[in-house]
Every structure is written in structure tokens, then in C-alpha cells.
Design a protein around this ligand. Sequence first.
Ligand code: SF4
Length: 460
Amino acid sequence: MIRTTKKRAYVETYGCQMNISDGELMEGLLEDGGYEIVSSPEQADVVLVNTCAIREHAEKRVLGRVGQLNGLKKDRPDLILGVTGCMAQRMGESLLEQAPYIDLVMGPDGYRSLPGRLEDIEEGRRTRPSRSSKKRGPQLAVLDLSLGENYEGLVQRRASRVSAWVPIQRGCDHRCTFCIVPYVRGGEKNRRPVEVMREIDDIVASGVTEVMLLGQTVNSYEADGWSFPELLRAVARVESIERVRFMSPHPKDVTPKLVDVMAEESAVCEHLHLPLQAGSDRTLKRMLRRYSVDGFLEKVALVRDAIPGIALSTDVIVAFPGETEEEFEETLELLRTVHFDEAYMYKFSPREGTPATRLPTTDFVSDDEAQDRLERLIDMQRAIQSEINRGEVGRIEEVLVEKEARGPNQILGRTRRNKLVAFVGSPDLIGGYHTVRLTDTTGATFMGELLEARIPAVSP
Ligand code: SF4
């Protein structure tokens, strides 16, 4: 059949940077497959919900959203509704049973075949219409994990014209006992450096000057004899690249060699995300994090000695099974000691299939207690962050403007140290690096005053 009008697809993404990057990859694949990407599900013939499985709460939210999107099928029974990503991989065919109106579940290793699988569904509908009133046709599950799939050669459809996310690694070889990632994304798979560098060249040619290298444990990267510090240095030295960031490193692979590259290469930003998870040795051991509190503090000292003033952010989980009040207080103490610029804080969320769920149920911390710990941690960290940021008011910073802000005539950007700054300015400044004085802070973000505008790196 010759199509006279393009089919339209909409991808809605939840979760981490890797997932958002996967969403861009799916959009690229769909575009390549002849689809037009649209910005709302109401306009689309194919709606994909790209999901996260890290926390139960996130999964429940997504299930509610998928149910809501099913409402679109009332007027358009031909609509294809798919669920992709980590939750799709985790729940697999049970998701199709639980929600029979879903046409496709696809895990992260199946994306390469996405356009073909959508065609299979359409073909199946033509030749094998379902008798069930709840289904329009056959459902499809694409759930095989692949040892080699690193998405090489696929082109992302990048949402931002200011900053580009570049996945250099997929999956994870660690087995932190709370984490579902290795079970839904498989083992670590690294892209070839030659391919990564080719992509960076394409990004630069498109006018983008900031890149974020992505991987589940990005600094354990190793391929074709290149280590992560070597790749980072090569990316930082590409002409026209002004800023390089990376996410998410594992503390155990923060080595002197990596820190040297961060200190020596001017394009590498003065910000490091260093996921702590817990501040007690006993809990860290039971989480299988592969570092001790002292080891973590040594990494902090190594980084701060080499790069004075570097901003540090972290992740913390409270109420891991068996965590005592004293152990939780050790986490509070460690956060007081390190003084992180930012922290992402969560209650432990049991994920079926992970080792932590097999701990004795008597070890599980009650939800009230977990909530109480989380609130105490958030209160303390907010005070620390606010104190740090108040001390930075008055600084003059280089800000890369990303988008318009909510306030009237305001634009929003980031400093090299990853601090968000809103200031009065024209949208013409988006994509440019500008000199801004930090005039005030809400505690978490800054207000600023434009001192000098540089010509935008990309036209808005
Ligand atoms: S390092 Fe641990 S927390 Fe991070 S993705 Fe791997 S298993 Fe999960």
C-alpha cells in the first residue's frame, strides 16, 4: 500500500537521563521509519509510553497514564498503544494480560526493531483481527535481552539544540541489591570509541557545544583499549566543544587518572555526581555498593584537592531493609561532612527480582519510619544546599542558556557547576554562553543579572 500521508508517532518518557535519551533514540528510529513525530498523543497514530522501573511509585503512575491514554482508542480504534523501557521489560507479558488494550510491550534491547514491529502489529490486525472486544488485534511482546546491543549506528532525534546526551554505555555489570537495572537492561555494553567520536563530530557540526556522556556506570567504560578517562579527554579536546559532563559515575571508578583529566581539560565541567546511597558501612555492604564510608570520603578528597570548588551531587536511599536509626544517623552525619551541593533522596522501594526483596521481612522498615527518615534527610540537605548557595550569591558565572523560564521575560540556564540560574533576557540568547551575576537564591536555584551576552552558539 502506498501511503499518501505520514503516520504520526508520539513518545512520552519517564525516568532517568538514559531513558530520556532512549526516548530520543526511538523518535529517531520512528522518523527513519517514515513517521512524523508529534507533540501530543491526541495527534498520533502510535503512542509509546517509555517507562522507568526504579521505584514502585513511578510504575503505578505510568500504569494510570497508560489507562488514561487507552481512552483515545474510543474514537480511534486503530491507534497503537505501546509500553517500552524498563517497566515493560520487568513486567513483560503480564502487562499485556493486566492491560489487554496495550498492543506492544518492548524492552530496551528491542528498539532497533521498533518500526518493523509496529508494521507487524498493523499486518496482524489486517490478517488476524481479535475477537475480544478489549483488543483491536494481536498483541506483541519484544523482551529478549541481547549481549551485544549497544544501539550502535542508530540516530537519535535530539530534543535540545543546546545540549546533547550521548549514551556511550548500556546496562550494568554491578548487582547493587536494591537495583532492578541489571535485570531489565542486561550487562554492561560499551560503544566503540570511534563511533562515539563520530557522533560528537556530528553534534558539533549541528551547532551544539555541550555534551553529556551517559552510562549506567559511565566511568567503568572500556572499549577497543580506551578507558573512560581517555574517551573523556578526547571528547573534551574536540574543537568547538565548550562543555562536557558525564552521568552517572560509580564512586569505585573515580580514579586519580579520571580526576587528572577532569582537572586538566578545560571543557570538563566542575561538577561531579557521586552516588553515595548510604552513610553506614554495614548498609553499604548489604547494598553491595563496593566502597566503604572511608573509601567514599577518600574519593571526595581526591576530587576536591584536584578541582577546588567543584560542585558535588549525590543519590541517597533511606530505610534500606535492616537500616537502624543509628545507621540512618550515620548517613545524616556523612551528608553534613561532605556538604553536597545537591542530593536526590528516596525511600527504599522493593523491586521484585532484586536480592533486597529476599531479605527477612522483619528487616523491612515500616513506611511511617521510612517517611520520617526521608523528611529529616530532606530538611537537613535543603538547609545545607541553601547555605552553600547563599554563599555563592554575588559570584559572576558563565551561564549556558537552555530555554525560556516561567517568569516574564526570563530565560533559564546552567553554570559550569550545574547550578540553575534564571534571569531577564531575550529568547535570542538561548544556546549562548553569557556572563551573569548571581543576585539571589531560592535555596535551590539562582536569580541572576545579565552582564555580558555572547553570540548564541546556535540560533534558537
Ligand atoms: S551500579 Fe548499582 S545502582 Fe547503578 S545501575 Fe548498576 S546495579 Fe544499579
